[in-house]
Write a protein that binds this ligand. Structure first.
Ligand code: SF4
Length: 669
């Protein structure tokens, strides 16, 4: 028997895109699909396992939930309702369906009568009608056109993307007799046309035709109708379990599948048919072979069973056979997330490969690992074909790189592809879960992967987002990457920024390592952006840490305070009131008698009591007086020198002096 598989069978572009969108989605919150994403139970179950549930009504949504719009699309009103609920909308509407929405919207606004040819209950049609205020005339077959009265309106026709082309043409011809003017838009999807044309051709040239797909999928139903017209022995099945029994004289079987049928289901059907043929070619007809699978087991066959129980050495499986199956427990132990309570629950279905029909003790020896490896290889092939990232665990460090395990498939990662930086010692990678893309897949023994491609891709994406969103004043959390004499480089997640040494602390520091070290996590503020040169300046010190911040709340004019003499200048002394806050005692405010120099009565480090005479937070200036509290008179008098000094020095806190003081303070800060 020859099996002929249609080239255009299975997921179409739109469905594939929607399914990938859903499986790739990482959302921190509830995720729903508005109706079933596709008409396939296995995919819906897999999505449910990922936490993506099917939404019956948008009334169930709460603010912050996420909803995926399936390939069929929705009407304008539904978008508005979703937006008003403040939910995140992931729009996976097929671009071909979107095009129909645009046509219908524009033509309706132009005052045309919209005619949609298709099934009025199909979500795609309901969605399209939602773009012309629900006013479209929906025609599902020729008889409905015949009953229409004549109208002098201008009609614009669009068809359901999966509608049969020949039928659409006929309906449009009839519509021309019912409307004064008809404009026909060809909206039947090419994927559908290709699939239907090929299925028609194939079904003409085989004895039995199998159409795989959901019974409630309209495109599958149409495929079935087309094939049935050409081949009376056409069967519509959802999966391999529904394969019909053929007689032994059947020589050719054709297979096609609807747009919602996953590749795995098609393969499973073909696998079942091939398996029967090869096992008994020339001896037994297909129907008998099919029956045999229910009664007999064969070595190397993949079987489905139910877990009965387990002990330390084996897991027992009911195969519906006279003997039970055994899977060695060690096959489960490689999985770090293995939980016997959950994974080996009695009644749970399990797939395994028959290693031996009789292990010597009357049990069927099974292997789960081998099935995982077969399935893993299929998944790896798919990931390679689509460039989809996968997660694998590094099992071995070998010469020139590492070997990662992905569902039983060994993937070699060259050392240069483990990271986007040079890694000298690969041992820390042992046992780690890494994300990678498969870059080469010649056969099962030569699968090569790269983490670096993904890391660089993610960094580039993050960098683009960063540069689009960055603003002066925005805060980021980053990690200190390196220290230099003039500052600290911080990795903000794909983009590096510089904290200049002066922005590290309010105190004057000469070494950035006094504040930060490589690896520290820091919160920084953007102080400057140069998008052309891709440079970011950052601030680290906080306004509230500035000792002058809210100085008026700490010190008031008239307060008597104690401080330490820090420096002396000819016109007075600088006294530290607290770390980072200094004030000036003018020479005239030290003593009641004239003194020539401050060091005649004071020494560096001396504690003095003073009265606050003035505070200027903007200039960071505090004027103090010792003599207002307790004047300090010189022990030895040196009148001529004091007089001379008095003539040369200003007696008041002048503007010029403020500048000098400001300069000194700025230099200090
Ligand atoms: S059948 Fe065509 S229009 Fe419909 S989802 Fe698939 S690609 Fe899009």
């Amino acid at each position: 028997m020859i099996i002929k598989r249609a080239k255009y069978a299975g997921f179409c572009f739109g469905v594939d895109k929607a399914v990938k969108t859903a499986f790739d989605l990482n959302y921190d919150g509830n995720v729903y699909t508005l109706g079933e994403l596709i008409h396939n139970r296995q995919v819906i179950d897999a999505l449910e396992q990922k936490g993506i549930k099917v939404l019956e009504s948008i009334d169930q949504l709460k603010e912050g939930d996420c909803v995926i719009i399936r390939a069929h699309g929705i009407g304008k009103g539904t978008y508005e309702a979703l937006n008003s609920r403040k939910v995140k909308v992931i729009d996976a509407t097929c671009p071909y369906v979107k095009r129909i929405h645009e046509i219908v919207k524009a033509q309706n606004e132009d005052g045309c009568r919209i005619v949609i040819v298709g099934d009025p209950t199909h979500p795609e049609i309901i969605g399209i009608n939602g773009w012309c205020e629900g006013k479209a005339l929906i025609i599902s077959d020729e008889s409905e056109v015949e009953q229409l009265p004549y109208s002098d309106e201008k009609a614009v026709t669009v068809a359901q993307t999966t509608y049969k082309r020949a039928k659409y043409e006929e309906i449009c011809e009839l519509l021309k007799k019912k409307f004064a003017f008809v404009i026909k838009f060809d909206t039947i999807c090419n994927a559908t046309v290709q699939r239907q044309t090929e299925a028609a051709e194939l079904s003409r040239n085989v004895e039995v035709m199998i159409v795989i797909g959901g019974k409630n999928s309209s495109n599958t139903q149409k495929l079935y109708e087309i094939c049935k017209e050409n081949c009376s022995r056409t069967y519509l099945i959802e999966n391999a379990d529904e394969l019909p029994l053929f007689d032994k004289n059947v020589k050719t079987v054709g297979i096609t599948a609807g747009a919602s049928t996953p590749e795995a289901v098609i393969k499973e059907v073909i696998f079942h048919m091939e398996d029967m043929m090869h096992g008994h070619e020339g001896e037994i007809d297909f129907s008998k072979a099919l029956e045999m699978t229910f009664n007999e087991l064969k070595t190397n066959e993949v079987v489905q069973g139910k877990i009965i129980g387990y002990n330390n050495n084996d897991v027992f499986v009911d195969l519906g056979y006279k003997a039970d199956g055994l899977i060695p427990m060690e096959e489960f132990l490689d999985d770090p997330e293995f939980d016997p309570e959950k994974d080996l629950k009695p009644g749970k279905e399990i797939e395994a490969l028959i290693v031996k029909i009789n292990d010597g003790e009357g049990n069927v020896l099974l292997s789960k690992k081998k099935v995982d490896s077969i399935r893993g290889y299929e998944l790896a092939e798919e990931a390679y074909k689509n460039g989809t990232p996968i997660e694998a665990v590094i099992k071995e460090i070998v010469k020139g790189g590492a070997v990662a395990d992905f569902k039983g498939v060994r993937i070699f990662i060259p050392a240069s592809q483990l990271s986007d930086r040079f890694v000298k010692d690969l041992t820390p990678y042992q046992g780690k879960k890494v994300k990678l893309v498969i870059t080469e897949m010649a056969n099962r023994r030569r699968v090569v992967g790269s983490c670096r491609t993904l890391i660089e891709q993610e960094k580039a994406e993050k960098s683009e987002t960063f540069w689009n969103e960055v603003e002066v004043g925005k805060e980021y959390t980053g990690v200190v990457k390196s220290l230099t004499k003039f500052g600290v480089f911080v990795d903000l997640g794909g983009v590096d920024g510089l904290i200049h040494i002066s922005e590290l602390s309010w105190k004057k520091i000469d070494d950035p390592s006094k504040v930060l070290n490589v690896g520290d996590t820091v919160t920084v503020r953007v102080t400057g952006i140069d998008k052309e040169k891709k440079k970011i300046s950052l601030g680290y010190r906080k306004a509230e840490d500035n000792p002058w911040y809210n100085i008026e709340n700490k010190f008031k004019v008239g307060d008597v305070v104690t401080g330490t003499v820090l420096r002396m200048v000819p016109f007075g002394v600088f006294v530290e009131l607290e770390e980072g806050v200094e004030g000036l005692v003018h020479i005239s405010q030290i003593s009641n008698v004239r003194i020539g120099r401050p060091d005649e009565v004071l020494t560096i480090g001396q504690q003095v009591e003073m009265k606050i005479m003035d505070i200027n937070p903007e200039l960071k200036k505090i004027s103090l007086s010792i003599k207002e509290v307790k004047p300090i008179d010189p022990v030895k008098e040196d009148e001529p020198a004091a007089e001379a000094a008095e003539e040369e020095l200003p007696t008041e806190h002048t503007e010029e002096m403020s500048n000098t003081i400001g300069d000194i303070l700025n230099e200090k800060n």
